[in-house]
Write a protein that binds this ligand. Structure first.
Ligand SMILES: Cc1cc2nc3c(=O)[nH]c(=O)nc-3n(C[C@H](O)[C@H](O)[C@H](O)COP(=O)(O)O)c2cc1C
Length: 485
């Protein structure tokens, strides 16, 4: 595929660390779009270094980071040659806030650079970076780091990424970029912006201008697509249109929230995207959410889409960052038809519905309730304190602390600490008192419950197997499979 051709398949961004560089590289090598997740990438990166960087991949990429001195500092502070001794907690980073120092920005740039650099190493396929719009604070640094590694696409959902196209233009020229920080209870006249000035990171002039990646917002409504196409701060290169069956966070239904008898949000006709109107915008689009099959790829093409974005099937592939024990356990139960996906309206502190996997061997089913701790803080939102300064709070933090910060106790009910759980999902759980470790909280699309057909008796599979299946090069389920293990 040349860099101008559009991919038929986008392997969706899956944070934290599920769509890691190994998965994205495997997809990109096949001429499709592999996407790395940039969510919480700095914490993930420092945990991998503390676990000894098996294989030396991070260190290999770090040696190419162009801003002098940054990689050496990150190594000195985080790398443990023999990994962490058993039972020792990870060293934490300070939580993000507006105006973090240069060192913190550089660590985020480096982490994002490394992930993209490794995904692109040794081939000329295209690689994308996925970020959640709502998690505003680290995003500018993550974007600049990825662009220093030559990222080809940026894909952002979970919010309205109207300012991002202009940000990409600015960063490509090493010019200062800004986004408005959303402040709960804030007033527009207050100066609440997040700013990154790339030139402040270079001694002397920065290098040549960078490639401006293509930008694909991830949207779930016609109105948002139209608004972005007309009013974004710069060029939009297409859309990913994501339905409510997709893994991860979902857009909430329109109108008043109604729950079905399982307690899940009810979606109706008003939540459906009118593809005729999308076609009128004249930009390429990809369909996501339950589109992980060759039939769905054909249907998407027939509807005028460039292709599909698929998450769930890739999440359980060998290359993904999901810890091997969870992959094996979920696939075993899924093959037996015993896995359910629940759209939890409360679990995510963002307030967006979040898909949660329920499976018989889930270790959290029998675990003690987790004591609330907020020490990663990616989902914290800014709010205006009584003294006029900015504070930060998360609906998943200890209830007393949240209420003391002016939050409503009701808003904390049912919230889970996604930051800690999602790092546990990918094999980097924090160790707590008495050796307890943070437990996982898996997310997947509704289609996980019917993955048995795709597995066709296999207990493991690769990204190549997923691509062969989607592109129609694989035998249909039931036939003997050449890569069956
Ligand atoms: C484990 C997992 C994590 C995900 N995390 C993100 C994310 O961080 N950002 C995002 O934009 N989408 C995320 N998604 C959505 C995927 O990128 C993709 O759009 C979706 O999975 C497609 O639908 P499917 O699950 O039916 O294949 C996630 C999906 C899964 C399964």
């Amino acid at each position: 595929m040349t860099s101008l051709a559009l991919p038929a398949i986008i392997q969706g961004g899956m944070g934290i660390g599920v769509s890691n560089w190994c998965l994205a590289r495997a997809v990109s090598l096949r001429g499709q779009l592999g996407v790395v997740s940039g969510t919480a990438i700095d914490s993930l990166f420092t945990r991998r270094l503390q676990d000894g960087d098996p294989g030396g991949h991070l260190r290999r990429a770090m040696a190419h980071f162009p801003i002098p001195g940054v990689a050496a500092i990150a190594l000195r502070r985080n790398f443990l040659e023999r990994g962490r001794p058993a039972g020792v907690p990870y060293r934490m980073l300070a939580m993000y806030h507006k105006g973090v120092g240069r060192a913190r920005e550089q660590l985020t740039m480096l982490a994002s650079f490394v992930e993209v650099w490794l995904a692109k190493e040794g081939h000329d396929g295209v690689v994308g970076l996925n970020l959640l719009t709502k998690l505003q604070l680290p995003n500018l640094a993550a974007l600049y780091g990825a662009m220093l590694a030559g990222v080809d696409y940026v894909l952002m959902g979970a919010g309205i990424p109207r300012e991002i196209p202009g940000v990409l233009d600015a960063l490509a020229a090493h010019e200062p970029a800004e986004i408005r920080l959303e402040v709960e209870g804030g007033r527009p006249e207050l100066d609440a912006t997040i700013r990154l000035d790339p030139r402040a990171h270079w001694e002397g002039a920065p290098p040549m201008p960078l490639k401006r990646p293509r930008f694909l917002p991830i949207i779930a409504s016609n109105s948002l697509a139209t608004m972005l196409a007309r009013k974004a701060s710069g060029r939009i290169d297409g859309f990913v249109i994501e339905g409510a069956t997709a893994g991860g966070h979902n857009a909430p239904p329109r109108g008043a929230l109604q729950l079905n008898d399982r307690g899940e949000p009810v979606y109706g006709e008003r939540d459906e995207v009118d593809l005729a109107k999308i076609r009128e915008l004249g930009l390429p689009f990809w369909l996501a959410g339950g589109t992980g099959s060759p039939a769905a790829l054909r249907a998407a093409r027939d509807a005028g889409a460039a292709g599909i974005q698929v998450g769930t099937l890739f999440a359980y592939a060998e290359e993904s960052g999901l810890a091997a024990e969870w992959k094996a356990s979920v696939l075993r139960d899924a093959a037996a038809g015993a896995v359910e996906v629940f759209t939890d309206p409360e679990a995510s502190p963002t307030g967006y519905p979040f898909k949660v996997v329920r499976w018989p061997d889930d270790p959290t089913r029998t675990a003690e309730p987790r004591e609330r701790v907020c020490d990663l803080g990616y989902l914290r939102t800014a709010y205006l304190r009584a003294d006029g300064r900015l504070g930060y709070r998360c609906k998943g933090e200890p209830v007393d602390a949240y209420v003391e910060k002016g939050g409503q106790a009701d808003d904390t009910v049912g919230r889970r600490c996604l930051c800690n759980a999602l790092l546990a999902n990918v094999g980097h759980p924090q160790v707590r008192a008495e050796g307890r470790v943070e437990l996982p909280l898996l997310t997947s699309g509704d289609d996980l419950s019917s993955i048995g057909g795709f597995l066709a008796g296999r207990v493991r599979y690769t990204a190549d197997d997923v691509l062969d299946y989607l592109l129609g090069d694989a035998p249909s389920p039931g036939e003997s499979h050449p890569t069956a293990r």
